[in-house]
Design a protein around this ligand. Structure first.
Ligand code: DAH
Length: 329
């Protein structure tokens, strides 16, 4: 600034230099204080005005104020430069490649048994059956006696049944739910009952706990043909349209007549479950008049169904929680 009163030009030149060199907002604040702070050089020029006579003071005052304002402007410009630079650095340091595929969180999935059970329940729900639950710790009556299984029957053999203190037992079949669901109810009835069952079995192919699903229907006129129709549809739902089912005469104490059913799977016939017309004694024990009502019942292994469906070689891996097995589903 040519023609300005002495000193200020030098001060301004120094200020300009120092402001330009300030590398951080913090350093810039310090530079500003050296000029405009309480002990700053421009501030002391302002204080010195008081010693001048009025005419000089006016001229000098304008010059000092102009210098002060100039320094403020330079500081402000430098500050925005510094802050802009910081932001730019920040952005450069945190670059995100928005074209990268996102990280997929590992998602859990349903256990094969849950999967099959839900599939079964959905099928029967669509046919008007509701799900009925039953206890796993059961009385002799519900698991055996009411199902027409007398005390000397081989199914009660201690080899098979886990007996508990006090005479109760772990249910060996979901058929106990037939008794619980029919007692005290008036037909027509349609139920399915999936759940855990327990049997002593030390062979490696078996597990002492496995799953069954029971189904039963009681109405005024029910035939073995109705039972077959439902089971054929069920098999087609689970194993596909070209699956096949066959019935072999068999004996169960709680059905008459009784049959065992096999499903054809990859060219082989495999045992799948049992079925039959509910024995009149069973209906009677549940307080249902067998002259007025008839019913069919069936039961099959859920685990077995899962094995067939996914081609697992054995049951145990289903219960061991090895994710390498479970991930194949
Ligand atoms: N409870 C039988 C079992 O565990 C399976 C079974 C057979 C269930 C015939 C039934 C049935 O309802 O009618 O081997």
């Amino acid at each position: 600034m040519p023609g300005e009163p002495s000193g200020l030009e030098e001060i301004l030149a120094r200020a300009r230099g120092e402001i330009g060199e300030a590398a951080t907002p913090q350093a810039l604040t310090e530079v500003r204080a050296r000029y405009l702070g309480r002990k700053g050089s421009i501030s002391s020029e302002l204080r010195a005005l008081g010693k001048l006579d009025p005419a000089q003071r006016k001229v000098r005052g304008q010059a000092v104020n102009a210098a002060k304002q100039r320094v403020e402007e330079l500081v402000a410009a430098r500050r925005s430069e510094l802050e802009g630079g910081e932001r730019a650095r920040e952005l450069a340091d945190n670059q995100v490649d928005i074209t990268l595929p996102g990280a997929t969180p590992p998602a859990g999935h349903l256990h094969p048994l849950t999967h099959v059970t839900r599939d079964m329940v959905n099928f029967f729900a669509s046919m008007g059956f509701s799900v009925e639950d039953g206890p796993e710790v059961e009385t002799d009556w519900h698991n055996f006696e009411a199902l027409n299984i007398p005390p000397e029957h081989p199914a009660r053999d201690e080899q098979d049944t886990f007996y508990l203190e006090g005479g109760n037992l772990l249910r060996t079949q979901t058929s106990n739910v037939q008794i619980r669901a029919m007692t005290g109810r008036t037909p027509p009835l349609r139920f399915i009952a999936p759940g855990r069952v327990y049997r002593h079995d030390t062979s490696l192919k078996h597990s002492p706990m496995f799953h069954q699903i029971e189904g039963f229907l009681v109405d005024e006129r029910v035939t073995f043909g109705d039972l077959k129709g439902v089971l054929f549809a069920f098999a087609r739902h689970l194993f596909g349209a070209d699956s096949a089912l066959r019935f072999r005469a068999n004996h169960f104490p709680f059905t008459e007549p009784s049959a065992e059913m096999d499903v054809r799977w990859r060219g082989e016939w495999l045992e799948w479950g049992g079925c039959g017309m509910i024995h009149p004694h069973v209906l009677e024990r549940c307080g249902i008049d067998p002259e007025a009502w008839q019913g069919f019942a069936f039961g099959m292994g859920i685990d077995r169904t899962a094995l067939l469906r996914w081609g697992f070689p054995a049951l145990r891996p289903l219960f061991e929680g090895d994710v390498r097995v479970l991930e194949q589903v």
